[in-house]
Design a protein around this ligand. Sequence first.
Ligand SMILES: *[C@@H]1O[C@H](CO)[C@@H](O)[C@H](O)[C@H]1NC(C)=O
Ligand SMILES: *[C@@H]1O[C@H](CO)[C@@H](O)[C@H](O)[C@H]1NC(C)=O
Ligand SMILES: *[C@@H]1O[C@H](CO)[C@@H](O)[C@H](O)[C@H]1NC(C)=O
Ligand SMILES: *[C@@H]1O[C@H](CO)[C@@H](O)[C@H](O)[C@H]1NC(C)=O
Ligand SMILES: *[C@@H]1O[C@H](CO)[C@@H](O)[C@H](O)[C@H]1NC(C)=O
Ligand SMILES: *[C@@H]1O[C@H](CO)[C@@H](O)[C@H](O)[C@H]1NC(C)=O
Ligand SMILES: *[C@@H]1O[C@H](CO)[C@@H](O)[C@H](O)[C@H]1NC(C)=O
Ligand SMILES: *[C@@H]1O[C@H](CO)[C@@H](O)[C@H](O)[C@H]1NC(C)=O
Ligand SMILES: *[C@@H]1O[C@H](CO)[C@@H](O)[C@H](O)[C@H]1NC(C)=O
Length: 450
Amino acid sequence: MAAKMGSFFFLFAIIFIFCCKFTPTDAYDSLDPKGNITIKWDVMQWTPDGYVAVVTMFNFQQYRHIQAPGWTLGWTWAKKEVIWSMVGAQTTEQGDCSKYKANLPHCCKKDPTIVDLLPGTPYNQQIANCCKGGVLRSWVQDPDNAASSFQVSVGAAGTTNKTVRVPKNFTLQAPGPGYTCGIAKIVKPTRFVTADKRRTTQALMTWNVTCTYSQFLAQKTPTCCVSLSSFYNDTIVNCPKCTCGCQNNITRPGSCVVPNSPYLASAVTASEDKDPYKPLVQCTSHMCPIRVHWHVKLNYKEYWRVKISITNFNFKMNYTEWNLVVQHPNLDNITQLFSFNYKSLTPYAAINDTAMLWGIKYYNDLLMEAGPLGNVQSEILFRKDSSAFTFDKGWAFPRRLYFNGDNCVMPPPDAYPWLPNSSPKQMKSNHLHRLIALFLTSLTVLLVSI
Ligand SMILES: *[C@@H]1O[C@H](CO)[C@@H](O)[C@H](O)[C@H]1NC(C)=O
Ligand SMILES: *[C@@H]1O[C@H](CO)[C@@H](O)[C@H](O)[C@H]1NC(C)=O
Ligand SMILES: *[C@@H]1O[C@H](CO)[C@@H](O)[C@H](O)[C@H]1NC(C)=O
Ligand SMILES: *[C@@H]1O[C@H](CO)[C@@H](O)[C@H](O)[C@H]1NC(C)=O
Ligand SMILES: *[C@@H]1O[C@H](CO)[C@@H](O)[C@H](O)[C@H]1NC(C)=O
Ligand SMILES: *[C@@H]1O[C@H](CO)[C@@H](O)[C@H](O)[C@H]1NC(C)=O
Ligand SMILES: *[C@@H]1O[C@H](CO)[C@@H](O)[C@H](O)[C@H]1NC(C)=O
Ligand SMILES: *[C@@H]1O[C@H](CO)[C@@H](O)[C@H](O)[C@H]1NC(C)=O
Ligand SMILES: *[C@@H]1O[C@H](CO)[C@@H](O)[C@H](O)[C@H]1NC(C)=O
């Protein structure tokens, strides 16, 4: 009896771990498990009343970038610090500096808000890696532009590494919500090597802050959906209805826009005033700003071919440097990719089923706002792996898709276009079997890891 009770409790514990491990607010992303933005403060010099620090943000995320209008960084000072001056960035407000007489600080707020300067800033207000309008590229697409720096002179602060207090409560907006930052940790001082590699200097003191992203903090509704089709079945499986919202002409008139309507321009302006980050979408059954269409196009003896199209339904957004992450078992043997860039992502060394696709510079790296130009497309040629390849049971469709790092909602598996002669019942039960198998495997893994 007691043993039975014990195992019951154990099962409960496991279910508890399961439910809480995958709560929506969890920032963990299994395709980029280490992805984060690290903010590093290097104290370069002590001053009579404080210090000068170079602050650098590194975007260590494989596929998530920050596009215009860029990042906003905030923190709370631990004591009564002020910012005497900044190079390569600025605070949005000066705050109350009435305590100061002759020289006014740049900012006296307890919780300053920092924004990047724009490209074209005069050279005497720049430092290396600054002034990109807050844009941070993703680590895979453009590692050279995945960092952003500014310099800050802090006053009324500690003047030795014993008396300095690290700022608290870091916040990062990109530009809306989504990131959560940890506490600043004092780490080993950064070492700098000169260009000729003949001399190394080091920071007087360094601290790091790590920020991670959660899609569920960023927006409650999805922003992207997937539609499917194939050469072997005429059915086009559209995005699930109401994926990102529902058309509702009665309670929310104007929640979407019909293309070419005379009201379009005024609707864009009006919604710009209300919430600049909220998309204004074209009226569709799914109401998503982005739709990814996966078409299984051709079947050759040794190869098969897929066409991918990404359509922008958002009238308020040009997606610059967009990217798509695709998970499909055959991505380990991609033979050719047309008109997109490609890199295989291997978050777990043994599994090679995930790839990142993005546009070619000056050709299709800009996904234009909704309208005739608001789409990009490409084709992928796969080499068949004879042991796994099949058109049956929806195998040819992707397992997972992300647009700009946000999950794209797939149609339910029993709606996938199926091969003539195959029954959906069989597929459903197979799906169930797979789910059970997955559950059992996870259980085993958990048991082993406990
Ligand atoms: C942040 O990302 C870097 C680079 O991938 C990694 O080395 C580091 O461990 C990450 N930090 C955290 C706290 O996950
Ligand atoms: C502070 O500076 C002293 C030497 O001045 C050094 O020994 C110590 O490691 C430093 N502490 C930190 C946290 O950097
Ligand atoms: C941290 O910052 C947030 C947002 O600026 C604010 O609401 C919160 O009160 C701050 N917490 C502390 C401890 O300062
Ligand atoms: C602090 O951040 C820098 C830059 O991202 C990194 O090189 C360094 O390893 C980090 N230190 C620690 C202890 O995480
Ligand atoms: C809303 O109006 C559009 C066009 O006037 C129509 O196509 C659509 O079906 C309507 N939606 C609902 C939910 O009534
Ligand atoms: C998108 O880019 C085009 C061409 O550069 C521009 O005319 C348009 O205003 C932009 N749209 C938005 C929403 O920024
Ligand atoms: C994964 O597959 C791609 C495409 O075939 C290949 O280029 C890459 O080297 C593979 N990576 C690993 C780690 O096997
Ligand atoms: C790709 O497929 C070919 C032919 O089936 C096979 O010889 C090769 O080993 C495969 N490559 C990978 C990385 O699986
Ligand atoms: C195509 O797939 C759909 C399911 O999406 C199914 O209802 C239909 O019968 C299939 N067509 C043929 C010719 O098998």
